[in-house]
Design a protein around this ligand. Sequence first.
Ligand code: C5P
Length: 193
Amino acid sequence: MSFTVAIDGPAAAGKGTISRAVAAEFGFAHLDTGLLYRAVGAKGGDPVQAALTLTPQDLARDDLRSMAAGQAASRVAVIPEVRAALTAFQRRFAAQEPGAVLDGRDIGTVICPGAEVKLYVTASAEVRAHRRWLELGGDAARVLAEVRERDDRDMNRAEAPLRPAEDAVVIDTSELDIDQAVALAFEVIRQRL
Ligand code: C5P
């Protein structure tokens, strides 16, 4: 039996850090599903075709972490055929032994509705924008505007909008440091192992 941990939430809430810590602690594989959408957005051309023909090389591009790549990702992520093209890969990944952590926007709601653990990791837009700015630099007001724009697109799209699954445990990291957020996630998982 595999064990799936679904971690959803908006950009820069701490999903990636928590996911990596969970994977290391429990010996699970980790998939950052945002990278799939970033790679589709960065590939250019027809996004549906890009999603259907995604390769490991596409996922290894070093320009995928930028704000621009994040915006491009959220624009292709509204296309139902793009999402459908990436679903089977994510579900196969989630089913591996002894377990897998997937982080994204729709893991607990659409990709793995039967996940053993669902976390919704969030924080205020201001706190998240500040973290992004510390990481990537640039104009702070612009970073906040981009975070808000991406939240808006991800939460209000028709297909697989960002929202907590009904049975998700919400972790608000606005006033938590990394160690505290990770400890909370470990506690929830240990209760269900
Ligand atoms: O998590 P990350 O910031 O890398 O995600 C980039 C974009 O990809 C998100 O803003 C969202 O539009 C899209 N995405 C998605 N579903 C996922 C993961 C990411 O729609 N499971």
